[in-house]
Design a protein around this ligand. Structure first.
Ligand SMILES: Nc1ncnc2c1ncn2[C@@H]1O[C@H](COP(=O)(O)OP(=O)(O)OP(=O)(O)O)[C@@H](O)[C@H]1O
Ligand SMILES: [Mg+2]
Length: 592
């Protein structure tokens, strides 16, 4: 999806990775210690060639068997020490780094909860999911491995080269020959790898979205026999990802080839040159052995640079992707620029000249809602009627501030909703949405959503949701994706119970009875009538029976409230309303 694609400036990997510092900070002592231990381990390895030199020039040349055994013992001890130190490093970093990963993941989740609905409208969930999983795993691997080893290897290479130059500087220079071409290759590689890595990670996000949607929509896919086309879409995307991964592998293979071949050629040249020098008596055999084994000991640090750089690039990309989400601003608690001044007749829920356009809509498109003026008096219930797509759901979403009005004000008992803390606003207003969502939790937890248990039974009976008592474990029965599946009408009744459980002062119901049979609907209406008696309510309705629940009706048409009155008044005086309610709605235009 286009908005989530790389919009990044061309930052170097290092600058990008520096942004991780706040998260890494708590683990810094251990990370530094681990790096020092690794450097020590690596340098221990470099002592081995020096012992070899001593053995070749001393005991071996003199035929001293005991001396050879002693040398072998030293070598064994050095090997042990190296292994132990590397083990210690691992132990030092493992725990704090999984902690860093967990903290970053928790931070991402917390942030996602606080981001406005408009953000979630824009972002595909798979992109968010892949950031929370794959990208964070890449980051942990980076912190555990390349971060330390790029440093350790650099130190090892420098120390090794100094040792070699000290042994014999002409041979040392031969070995150093490939350094510059290798460095240039690394730089070119880094640049290319960066863009491919970003592409691959975005494609993983797209793939995750497809998988997620086909799991959620499995009934539709099966019902319409679309599993083949769905599988094809998946295959296409995974084919693309495979192509990108192959390009990554190709780049890695190239750098690996250069990084291995050039030093090996240099070692070969040094070997020939060294042998000539030994034959001429200019160099001791022990020095040549030490020199070559140092060069061989440096092979791994040099060769590993390729994939360490690759992992670093991937981590930089992951960091970019992580911060793309973290940098989105959460819902602000800012005071409105010009809070609405309350007037004496401002009690109840009131819309003042409200205009709304979705943030992602083109600038010149007509607003979905245009200059809405609507007053629902305290204790009154108002039905909202309009053709499908006229903006009813949009209008209800403005009250709990799921979307922000483009201009105008909404007031609750005279107080501008932008002037009160969101938490307070949302505790005053309860909503039931068109599509009732259940979480994977018990019926009880789904209805209460963290509220007091006292009102549970009343709420369930208002919503005529007594069927829950007949479930295997009553209100403790698990529902939602991981539990029992409920019918559409059952879910709708639970959503209604959720809305009324806290005895909210303001109730916003978006077509709450659409999935119920006539008898259940009548029963819910009878019970709702009591609740509505002392609540200020806005109820989106399509059917006359639901409309009759309300004291008055407002007709939404072409983004405006075109009529307000009682059901019977409007039936008599408004042709559009009469048409909508008459049930001969075939002529309705779906696209306003
Ligand atoms: N998140 C969104 N981003 C952009 N446009 C949207 C968004 N949600 C809805 N719309 C558009 O806003 C218009 C009004 O949609 P809305 O859901 O408010 O209609 P509605 O009156 O509730 O319809 P229905 O009776 O079918 O529920 C539609 O044209 C829709 O395409
Ligand atoms: Mg709607």
């Amino acid at each position: 999806m286009s908005t989530t694609r790389a919009t990044t400036k061309d930052r170097s990997a290092a600058t990008t990775l520096l942004r991780l510092w706040p998260y890494v900070r708590p683990a810094r002592a251990r990370l530094v210690t681990a790096a020092l231990v690794a450097i020590l381990a690596s340098c221990t390895g470099l002592v081995i060639p020096l012992v070899l030199k001593w053995m070749v020039d001393g005991p071996v040349a003199d035929g001293d068997t005991a001396g050879v055994w002693l040398g072998a013992l030293y070598l064994l001890l050095l090997g042990f020490a190296e292994a132990l130190l590397f083990g210690l490093r691992r132990w030092l970093v493992a725990r704090p780094l999984s902690h860093v990963e967990a903290e970053m993941r928790a931070g991402l989740y917390r942030h996602l909860q606080r981001l406005p609905v408009a953000f979630h409208d824009r972002w595909a969930s798979g992109q968010l999911l892949s950031r929370a999983t794959t990208d964070l795993m890449l980051l942990r691997m980076f912190l555990a491995f390349p971060l330390t080893f790029l440093l350790v290897n650099a130190v090892t290479i420098i120390v090794g080269v100094i040792i070699m130059l000290l042994q014999d500087w002409t041979l040392g220079l031969v070995i150093l020959g490939p350094a510059i071409p290798v460095m240039i290759t690394c730089m070119v590689f880094e640049k290319r790898y960066h863009s491919v890595a970003r592409l691959a990670q975005d494609q993983v996000g797209d793939l995750t979205t497809v998988v997620e949607e086909s799991v959620l929509g499995i009934r539709i896919i099966k019902g319409f026999g679309r599993h083949r086309s769905q599988a094809r879409a998946f295959r296409e995307l995974s084919g693309k990802l495979r192509g990108t991964e192959l390009r990554k592998a190709g780049l890695l293979a190239t750098i690996w080839g250069v990084i291995t071949t050039l030093p090996e050629v240099a070692i070969g040249a040094a070997l020939v040159l060294g042998c000539v020098q030994v034959a001429d008596g200019d160099l001791s055999a022990g020095t040549l052995v030490a020199f070559l084994s140092t060069a061989l000991a440096l092979r791994w640090p040099v060769e590993s640079i390729g994939f360490l750089l690759a992992m670093t690039q991937e981590a930089a990309t992951a960091t970019e992707r992580y911060f793309e989400v973290m940098n989105e601003s959460p819902e602000q608690e800012d005071a409105p620029l010009s809070p609405h001044k309350s007037a004496p007749d401002d009690e109840g829920l009131r819309f003042h000249q409200v205009r709304f356009r979705y943030p992602d809509a083109p600038e010149d498109s007509p607003p979905i809602l245009d200059l809405i003026d609507l007053h629902i008096r305290p204790g009154e219930s108002m039905a909202l009627v309009g053709t499908t797509g006229s903006g009813k759901t949009t209008l209800t979403a403005l009250v709990p501030r799921l979307h922000e009005v483009t201009s105008g004000h909404i007031t609750l008992d005279g107080e501008d909703i932008t002037a009160m803390p969101r938490e307070e606003l949302r505790s005053m207003v309860a909503v039931a949405f068109e599509e009732p969502t259940l979480f994977s939790a018990s019926v009880k937890d789904n209805v209460l959503l963290g509220m007091d248990e006292g009102e549970l039974d009343r709420a369930l009976s208002v919503a005529q949701a007594d069927f829950v008592h007949a479930l295997p474990h009553g209100t403790d029965t698990q529902v939602g994706e991981q539990g029992l599946s409920l019918s559409g009408g059952q879910r709708q009744r639970l959503a209604l119970a959720r809305a009324v459980v806290g005895r909210p002062r303001f109730l916003v119901l978006d077509d709450p009875l659409s999935a119920l049979d006539v008898h259940t609907e009548a029963a819910v209406e009878a019970a709702l009538r009591d609740v509505l008696a002392d609540t200020t309510a806005l109820i989106v309705a399509h059917r006359p029976s639901t409309v009759l629940l309300a004291d008055r009706v407002a007709l939404l048409s072409d983004g405006r409230i075109t009529a307000v009155g009682t059901h019977h008044e409007l039936l008599r005086t408004n042709a559009e309303y009469a048409h909508l309610m008459s049930g001969t709605g075939e002529a309705e235009d779906d696209d306003r």
